[in-house]
Design a protein around this ligand. Structure first.
Ligand code: NAP
Ligand code: MG
Length: 497
């Protein structure tokens, strides 16, 4: 890293009417990157082997915290995608769909155990390629990935008891396209249930974060997974389009933006293909006056600053009851001043790098629009590293429902604060969005939690917590947040006939 991290130091910062007492300095505590062996170039993983792309094109993946080029990645064209789909079809027909569920389960358990064994390698690689803090990749992403494989391994021989008919059958070849915000976790959400149900897959990771998917391909080799059961094709939008439009793909599973989700829904309309779409969000994190304020503040911070706010279910709209708004905001600002932004590999880092220059430009643009539309912007004093892509934790107050920062997904560490007076007003404001992925409720009253949860149009509602992910729990949205569920028993339905 060119410049070492930010801390607000031991100074006392005067910010508007709030006096922020920052903490003490932290000594650097970098996780060693010696454990990962990043090759200078990577091929496509087709039929159990790494192969060159037939077109010979490639692209670079960089570390967003340093802008260092990490590796040259093969770009799959239509012919490569076709080869991957054919490999997946062969493996499906000859091997995987014929194997008993118990045997498939053994492979999934083996993959889960190898991921646990190589957890540090995966965590370091994810933080380097994506920019997320090591404490998150190490404590959240990778353990949840292993948990997903363990969980669906357990279902593989029990599908007839899953509630989807006496003898549920796999769909065939699944084409899976994932985004850059949780590269390995989204891969696990897609691959684990698909394989457990007896499907084979062709998966495309995002252009900016291909490395952990390619390391996962090595894990498939290490686990002796039959060739062709998992195929990984790297590339950008056109590679994704080639998967979606391939005539021999039976199911498309997509996580990403609502715009691309719409294009995919159009592209497969009128075909036999099944589809699940996990799209964007603009979740309300609702804080009532009877909530335990310090816990709520931690929940607000976790809701919007976890993973730099690159979270589809992020609590990007804080709805706070007017009677406690001043107190909550004051404590929130004090807490934000202690967040450490910087080197993703430093174990003390809370907020890492923005994933790409493109995403940073989008966050900056929407934040400027927030100011132009009249909302008041605040960030703690925060020195950012000289290289790489960075954005300080930011809140906007004085936000109204009409503001673009209240309606559009910013997908960055930016929170819009809105107040309400009554529970009914909170419900109305929370539901006033084209999205419907998640919501949070902070209150001491169980009855209020249930009253709110039954009225919120959101696929996931957290009570007195936020951004909790568990493989046993279904996840997915309403309205423009997409359709279909991932995780839990519900997640099997997307891969069964
Ligand atoms: P994106 O542009 O939609 O990209 C998602 C994936 O689709 C990437 O692999 C992308 O490739 C690929 N792609 C792009 N154009 C395509 C096309 N025309 N046909 C097929 N595939 C195509 O979204 P993003 O910017 O990477 O991710 C951010 C968005 O994802 C946010 O809106 C966020 O809310 C959403 N998201 C939702 C969930 C959820 O579970 N609901 C989870 C995470 C993220 P390249 O990136 O390589 O170009
Ligand atoms: Mg990268």
């Amino acid at each position: 890293m060119a410049k070492k991290v930010v801390s607000t130091g031991s100074t006392t910062a005067k910010t508007g009417s709030t006096t922020v007492q920052a903490g003490f300095d932290y000594a650097p505590a970098p996780e060693s990157r010696a454990i990962v062996d990043i090759k200078s170039s990577y091929g496509l993983f087709i039929n159990g082997e790494f192969v060159d792309s037939t077109g010979g094109n490639s692209f670079k993946t960089i570390s967003p915290s340093t802008e260092e080029v990490l590796a040259e990645i093969a770009e799959a064209n239509d012919a490569d995608v076709d080869a991957a789909v054919r490999a997946a079809r062969r493996a499906y027909t000859r091997v995987w769909s014929k194997m008993s569920g118990a045997e498939r389960g053994k492979y999934l358990y083996r993959i889960a155990r190898i991921i646990q064994e190589r957890a540090r390698e995966f965590a370091v690689l994810e933080s380097i390629d994506n920019g997320k803090p090591i404490k998150e990749s190490r404590d959240v992403d990778v353990p949840t990935v292993a948990a997903h494989f363990f969980y669906y391994a357990g279902w593989a021989d029990k599908l007839e008891f899953s509630g989807f008919g006496p003898d549920p059958k796999p769909l065939g070849v699944a084409g899976q396209i994932i985004p850059w915000n949780f590269p390995l976790l989204m891969l696990a959400w897609k691959i684990a249930p698909a394989l457990a149900c007896g499907n084979t897959v062709v998966l495309k990771p995002a252009e900016t974060t291909p490395l952990t998917a390619l390391l996962f391909a090595e894990v498939c080799q290490q686990a002796d997974l039959p060739p062709g059961v998992v195929n990984i094709v790297t590339g950008a939008g056109p590679t994704g389009q080639a998967i979606v439009s391939h005539p021999d793909v039976d199911k498309v599973a997509f996580t990403g933006s609502t715009d691309v989700g719409r294009a995919i829904a159009k592209a497969i309309a009128g075909t036999e293909k099944k589809v699940t779409l996990e799209l964007g969000g603009k979740a309300a994190n609702i804080v009532f006056e009877d909530s335990p304020v310090d816990q709520a503040v931690e929940g607000i911070v976790n809701g919007i600053f976890f993973n730099q706010g690159h979270v589809c279910c992020a609590g990007s709209r804080l709805l706070v009851q007017e009677s406690v708004a001043d107190e909550v905001l004051e404590r929130l600002k004090r807490r934000m001043a202690t967040l450490r932004v910087g080197d993703p590999l430093d174990k003390n880092t809370d907020i890492g790098a923005i994933n790409s220059a493109e995403q940073l430009a989008k966050i900056r643009e929407l934040s400027e629009i927030g100011e132009l539309e009249g909302a008041e912007r605040w960030s703690p004093p925060c020195e950012l590293p000289a290289h790489g892509f960075w954005f300080p934790p930011t809140i906007f107050t004085g936000v109204t429902a009409a503001h673009r920062i209240a309606r559009e997904e910013i997908f960055g560490p930016v929170l819009s604060v809105i107040t309400f007076r009554t529970p009914a007003e909170a419900v109305e404001k929370a539901n006033n969005t084209p999205f419907g992925l998640s919501a949070g409720i902070w209150t001491e009253k169980g009855s209020r939690i249930l009253w709110m949860a039954s009225r919120l149009r959101a696929g996931v509602v957290w009570a007195n917590t936020f951004n909790r992910f568990d493989p046993t729990s279904p996840f997915g949205g309403y309205k423009e947040s997409g359709y279909g569920r991932e995780g839990g028993r519900h997640g099997l339905e997307a891969y069964l006939r």
